[in-house]
Structures are given as C-alpha cells and as structure tokens.
Design a protein around this ligand. Structure first.
Ligand code: FBP
Length: 272
C-alpha cells in the first residue's frame, strides 16, 4: 500500500530509524508530570523546542493536535493516538485503554499515522484487541499506517514472569502487535541488547521503537539504553518524560539523533 509506505517515511529517515516525541502524559499520567518544568504543559512551547532540536515526529492525542498540530512541521510525522486512560480511574480499571477518538478525526487533524495501545495480558485484552482491529482496518483501508503501543501488563504476567519488562513477555507483545496488523511497534526496554534483539526478531521486520520511560537523572544513562536499542536492531525511540522534564531538552535530543541516525557511541554523542 503506497499510502502507508509514504506516510511512514514522514517518521523514518532513509536509515529506517526515527526519534519521536511523545506528549500524551497530561491525560495518561496527569499534568503533574509537567510540574518540574511547568511551562512545558503548554504543547506549543515544548513542540516548538523539539522541532528546533530536529525531532522526526510527534505523538499526541486528538485534542492536543487541535492546539499544537500545526507546530509540527510539515516534513515531520504527526502521530495521533486514539486510545488512553486517566490515572484517576480505580486501580482495577487501570488495565484498560479506552477509545477517545476516531480514525477520521485523526486524519482531519493531519495525522500521518494512527496509534493505539494494547495491554497484552490484561483482563481487558479482548476489548483493546477489538479496538485495535477496528482502528487498523479502517486506517489501512484509507492508506494510513497504524502504530501499536504493545505494552504487556496484567496479573498473570507478574505472577509468571515477575515483571512486565521480561523479554519473553515483551517479545510476545511485539509479536502479537505484528500479528494483529501493526506497521510500527512501541514497547519496553528489556534490560539488555541481546534480549531486545529477540524482540526485534519476533517483530519479523516491523520496526520496533523503544518506549522512553521515566526520566533518568543522568542523561547518559538514557543515551546508553537507546544506543543498545539501535545496536539490537531497534528502529529508534518514542520519548516523553526524558525530553519534557528537562528545562532545555535540546542537547539530549541532539545526542539521541546522533546515536539513532549516526551510530555514535553514547559518551561521544553526549559531548558533541
Ligand atoms: P515516556 O517516554 O515518558 O515513558 O512516554 C511514553 C509513554 O508511553 C507515553 O506515551 C505514556 O503517556 C506513558 O509512557 C505511559 O506510561 P505508563 O503507562 O508506563 O505509566
């Protein structure tokens, strides 16, 4: 499908890799995530900064895209995610992402790709699978790529594997994402280059991007993870807190770009 391929190229450079900024935290975690650098709660301010630093794409929910979608330069990718949940829900309902928008709305907002989360292993997995199937079917029909945030989480996973980042669980989620029709996958760090390489293999050629995670105090620690992701065959990273929770995210973004697109070593990239 030509449309899907062309639109994926707005995110991925010729090397097949991308660095994407994530900003759905105001909904998914709450505005407290922005308190460290409160001005970044305004999507227009932080998106202008990440654009200047050279980011390849941005991921947002539909409402933020209405406010700041135009600040995403036309030669960069705009990913609109159609599922989420608030942290205000009762604990037992935290393992479900609900649909909060429609493919058509995302397209009207200028989306180049449509994203949705599936918590593989959740007691509500069935609902998210169906949501994803519906979104993917509709988006593909219209020539739009679909990104799956393939996040394994649920009581059985904890019981059997101890943690959701166990590579056997993460690669299971990545594989499930592929088999359910994803064109791009975002998932957790498994803790080592060797295990992440297995996740990449399980994805059978569908690009796998790292989900950033909580901010590391020392930026080099995060650069090392992204370096290992790329060495393992990963296609880059989707990063939120490690960017907007820094007063000036530009040096980190530039270092990430050097690692992802120029294969520079973390220490070297951090110095430049
Ligand atoms: P981060 O780089 O800040 O981890 O952002 C990635 C992301 O998937 C966001 O899109 C989302 O809001 C958040 O992490 C969800 O985190 P969790 O569900 O682990 O609390």
């Amino acid at each position: 499908n030509v449309g899907i391929k062309r639109r994926l190229r707005r995110f991925f450079r010729r090397d097949g890799r991308a660095l994407i900024f994530a900003m759905d935290h105001g909904f998914e975690h709450g505005p407290t995530d922005f308190e460290e650098h409160w001005k970044h709660v305004n999507p227009r301010i932080i998106i202008k900064k990440v654009m200047r630093a050279g980011i390849d794409g941005v991921m947002m929910l539909p409402g933020l895209a209405r406010i700041a979608g135009n600040d995403v330069k036309p030669d960069r990718g705009l990913m609109i995610k159609l599922t989420s949940k608030t942290n205000l829900r009762p604990k037992d309902d935290q393992l479900l992402q609900s649909q909060l928008g429609y493919v058509e709305d995302a397209i009207k907002l200028g989306a180049d790709a449509i994203a949705a989360t599936v918590y593989w292993g959740s007691p509500q997995e069935d609902v998210m699978m169906r949501q994803f199937a519906e979104i993917a079917s509709y988006a593909h029909d219209l020539g739009f790529p679909v990104v799956q945030f393939a996040y394994p989480r649920g009581p059985y996973i904890n019981e059997k594997y101890g943690k959701k980042e166990d590579y056997r669980v993460v690669m299971y989620g990545a594989r499930a994402a592929v088999e359910s029709g994803a064109d791009m996958i975002k998932t957790y760090w498994t803790g080592s280059r060797e295990t992440f390489a297995k996740v990449v293999d399980a994805a059978a050629g569908v690009p796998v991007l790292l989900s950033g995670g909580a901010k590391t105090e020392n930026p080099v620690d995060f650069l090392k993870v992204v370096y290992d992701v790329v060495e393992a065959g990963g296609a880059g990273a989707v990063v939120g807190r490690n960017i907007f929770q820094r007063e000036n995210p530009e040096p980190l973004i530039k270092a990430l770009i050097r690692i992802i697109h120029r294969n520079e070593e973390p220490e070297e990239a951090a110095k430049a």
